[in-house]
Design a protein around this ligand. Structure first.
Ligand code: AMP
Ligand code: MN
Ligand code: MN
Ligand code: MN
Length: 275
């Protein structure tokens, strides 16, 4: 069975609708898919409808932004109840934070000489939660940068003016939300935080202690050895193993739906206890 437990639709910073995403997952031989949009559950009903029509198993998911030791970290929730009071409250709070952040980023860009970003991104966002990718798209559209990647490198990425600090809830809060709505919390793409092994170990210990269940050993196509290193850390911290592509849009083969290797031998998959 092919599991892909991390991907995005146009309800956050993905391009495809939930139905298009389900069709594409089927084309890429995915058997079990979790839709995990950033800080929203808005796409899950449409995804569930499409999945039942196309014979795909859908897991209700979300990807929360939070902070640990002052750094931005992403936590995926799997098997959550999107209708629960806890989840509804959580997504409302995150939406409020995203709006605040949006104004702060626009302000920073204004000071750098880029006017009109707030109105500009509002025009770009249709259904989705608003985020840095929309600002990147705006800067590109206005000719201020030559690529999305450059927008992150110069203005929006870690340590740059558009990287707003201390806005997101602490990691323990999002684990509580996920567990409180019936789900399992999974540390997303642990290799992307550019932490030393000691720091990553500390993050995983804290996450596990807070009630985290698993970490992604596979996040799309990774350099050789990453999954094995992550597997060691997972085992040391008592975390189960997950895998996902982090798919956002076609044309990015390193995060295509279903892609990435199998889980390394000897680890316990997060889905082992699912019926
Ligand atoms: P946000 O949720 O607003 O904090 O934006 C984070 C999202 O931006 C991530 O989930 C990625 O999809 C995207 N992202 C982060 N870094 C880059 C980059 N260098 N190039 C393109 N997209 C990026
Ligand atoms: Mn994203
Ligand atoms: Mn992420
Ligand atoms: Mn993601």
């Amino acid at each position: 069975m092919l599991y892909d437990l991390h991907c995005h639709s146009h309800y956050s910073d993905g391009i495809l609708s939930p139905s298009e995403l389900v069709s594409r997952a089927v084309e890429h031989s995915v058997d079990i898919l979790a839709l995990t949009d950033h800080d929203t559950v808005a796409g899950l009903a449409e995804a569930r409808q499409a999945a039942s029509e196309q014979g795909l198993d859908l897991i209700n998911g979300i990807e929360f932004s939070c902070q640990w030791a002052g750094r931005g970290v992403h936590i995926v929730g799997l098997g959550i109840d999107p209708q629960s009071a806890v989840m509804q409250q959580a997504v409302a709070e995150q939406a409020e934070r995203r709006w605040q952040r949006c104004e702060m980023i626009a302000d920073k860009l204004h000071k750098l000489g880029f006017q009109g970003a707030l109105a500009g991104v509002q025009k770009l966002v249709d259904k989705g939660t608003i985020g840095r990718p929309h600002f990147a798209q705006y800067l590109l559209q206005q000719g201020h940068v030559s690529s999305i990647n450059q927008a992150f490198k110069k203005y929006l990425g870690a340590g740059k003016p558009g990287d707003i600090k201390n806005l997101w809830p602490e990691i323990g809060q999002v684990v509580e939300w996920i567990r409180g709505s019936g789900g399992q919390a999974v540390l997303a793409h642990p290799d992307k935080y550019k932490l030393t092994r000691t720091k990553l170990r500390r993050l995983c210990d804290d996450f596990s202690e807070a009630g985290g269940a698993a970490m992604e050993l596979i996040s799309g196509k990774q350099p050789p050895g990453v999954a094995e290193t992550m597997a060691q850390i997972a085992q040391q911290c008592g975390l189960l193993a997950s895998r996902g592509s982090d798919f956002h849009q076609p044309g990015q083969p390193w995060q295509e739906l279903g892609c990435g290797g199998p889980l390394p031998p000897g680890v316990e998959p997060v889905w082992a206890a699912w019926s």
